[in-house]
Unconditional design. Structure first.
Ligand SMILES: Cc1cc2nc3c(=O)[nH]c(=O)nc-3n(C[C@H](O)[C@H](O)[C@H](O)COP(=O)(O)OP(=O)(O)OC[C@H]3O[C@@H](n4cnc5c(N)ncnc54)[C@H](O)[C@@H]3O)c2cc1C
Length: 500
């Protein structure tokens, strides 16, 4: 794995100044560090996002013009850094660090480690998709596995899984031979990849602010995965010199690890872990009892002058069709690119979902939701794509699952207690885990637009459809606008009539 600094924000006046100078003296520069050195020399200023953060930090106590504050912050970088440290870490005005943004290229990272990376909500990620890219057989051999002397076994089993992926790819390509190239590739790859291990490598572009970066590094430093700890160290070395005054507390709180072991012990001794035969794939744990009323009352509240309780009693006098009409009017002619009104956040739904790693990879991208995950459990079984059965690929598939499960068992047995988490590298995209997913009606409608749509992958689309069905059954008005993007026009016409 490699973490490379790809970019960061600097004051526009430095950019303008450097542009002026480099236009006069064009340089041919390929090396990034060299470029930074050169630009620093050319501009005579330290190129750091810290100056923008420091200038903004001073806004609250200074009546100077913002341009002037930025200029002052650039004038003495050492003073600027002292100010940042005092305000961010001394006063605890930590949001100042959010004005410093970095872009990172993360290459050669495993799918398992990406899950830890992307569990951080306040950041932006774009990763290569196994739906669209042909996988070539690149995977990590985790440090924990090497230390246990199992590297060769791990390598040969992963190679076997990649070979199964190629065999399934051939079969699926034949099935989809009549489709245009792009569709054939997507349909083939999105299903063949179910046999790939979570050790498969990928690459991700990440944009984060310094506050999130510090939090991430601190979390990564106490990860049970050596790869994730390495990610934390590499991130720190990539950005520390750019934002030294904004990254300070990166040492993990070790007592949290002890607490985690204790709570894991309690959970395992208190809760039976046998599979429940009646366990549903998607279960609605909680729907907002008063969510509809509260959301609708708050629409009246936000647009008028009455107290919240008087808005509620006005609503209580309305029948359900009048309430629906109020909601429809409040969203009249909304487009598919616009979110619902914020008032719909007053209704929360909580689901328990058992899903494949493939579906989880997409699920976890919904940052406004609350997502609590368990480890992958081979006992939960696997998702087998229908297409694989149709091309008689089930034997290849089941053999791959056996290879993966046996390797997982071996790692569970041989890795020491601190390293057992790494056994999950052996599992595949078809393996399942349980999650709890909580989202408000506004976010859930957004989720539906993306994940019930025809462009969505079939696995997550099936889950999304069931989630929305359950939510709609419990609170029809709150879920009135839920539909895939592709059905939005039909829904819009039904709700708002012809907009012409
Ligand atoms: C068909 C399809 C293909 C995809 N392919 C890829 C792929 O190849 N690679 C890949 O990496 N991802 C891919 N994704 C995932 C996609 O990029 C999003 O990460 C995912 O759909 C979550 O959606 P979101 O970002 O809109 O929403 P959420 O994270 O659910 O957030 C909800 C809303 O909150 C707002 N919001 C949240 N965070 C921010 C923020 N930081 N800044 C501004 N607004 C914010 C936005 O309005 C957003 O719509 C794909 C998704 C779909 C549906």
């Amino acid at each position: 794995m490699q973490v490379t600094l790809a970019g960061y924000n600097i004051d526009v006046e430095i950019i303008e100044q450097v542009a002026r100078i480099t236009n006069e003296y064009p340089y041919d520069i390929e090396d990034f560090d060299h470029l930074i050195d050169l630009l620093t020399k050319l501009s005579g200023e330290t190129l750091s996002p810290e100056t923008v953060a420091a200038a903004y930090a001073r806004i609250s106590r200074s009546d100077k013009d913002m341009k002037e504050l930025r200029r002052e912050a650039r004038f003495s970088i050492s003073r600027t850094r002292r100010t940042n440290e005092r305000i961010v870490f001394g006063y605890g005005h930590a949001s100042i660090a959010e004005h410093a943004i970095v872009n990172l290229d993360i290459t050669g990272i495993s799918r398992l480690a990406i899950e830890e990376l992307e569990s951080h909500r306040l950041a932006s990620y774009t990763e290569s998709s196994q739906r669209y890219i042909a996988m070539t057989g690149d995977f990590v051999i985790p440090q924990e596995v090497i230390e246990a002397g199992l590297a060769e076994r791990f390598r040969s089993d992963c190679e076997e899984l990649f070979s199964a992926y190629h065999d399934l790819t051939d079969k699926l390509e034949r099935k989809y031979a009549n489709l245009p190239d792009r569709d054939r590739n997507t349909k083939t790859r999105e299903d063949a990849r179910y046999v790939l291990p979570l050790a498969s490598r990928s690459q991700v572009g990440v944009t984060i602010n310094a506050r999130t970066a510090e939090w991430m590094i601190r979390n990564f430093n106490r990860s049970p995965l050596a790869e994730v700890r390495d990610l934390g160290q590499q991130m720190l070395s990539a950005i520390k010199s750019i934002v030294p005054s904004l990254i300070k507390h990166t040492e993990p709180n070790r007592s949290l690890e002890a607490a985690q072991s204790e709570i894991a012990y309690m959970s395992q001794s208190l809760v039976h872990n046998k599979l429940d035969e009646n366990e549903l794939t998607v279960e609605l744990i909680e729907a907002p009892l008063n969510g509809e009323l509260n959301a609708l009352a708050s629409i009246l509240f936000g647009s008028g002058y009455g107290s919240f309780s008087s808005c509620l009693s006005a609503l209580e006098k309305m029948n359900s069709s009048r309430r629906e009409a109020l909601l429809v009017t409040a969203h009249k002619c909304i487009s598919v690119h616009e979110p619902l009104r914020r008032e719909l956040e007053l209704g929360h739904f909580t689901f328990s979902v058992t899903l494949s790693s493939s579906a989880f990879a997409q699920f976890k991208r919904h940052r406004i939701a609350t997502l609590i995950k368990q480890r992958y459990l081979p006992e939960l079984g696997n998702i087998v794509p229908d297409s694989i059965i149709e091309v008689n690929g089930e034997d290849i598939f089941q053999h791959s699952i056996e290879v993966s499960n046996n390797l997982f068992e071996l790692l569970q047995d041989k890795l020491n207690d601190d390293n057992k988490y790494a056994a999950q590298y052996a599992l595949t995209n078809a393996h399942k885990r349980r999650v709890i997913f909580k989202a408000n009606a506004r976010e859930l409608t957004h989720f539906s637009r993306l994940r019930e749509d025809t462009h969505a992958q079939w696995d997550i689309r099936g889950i999304a459809k069931e989630m929305i069905r359950l939510a709609r059954e419990a609170c029809p008005a709150l879920m009135l606008f839920a539909s895939g993007k592709d059905s939005f026009d039909t829904l819009s016409e039904k709700l708002f009539g012809n907009n012409e």
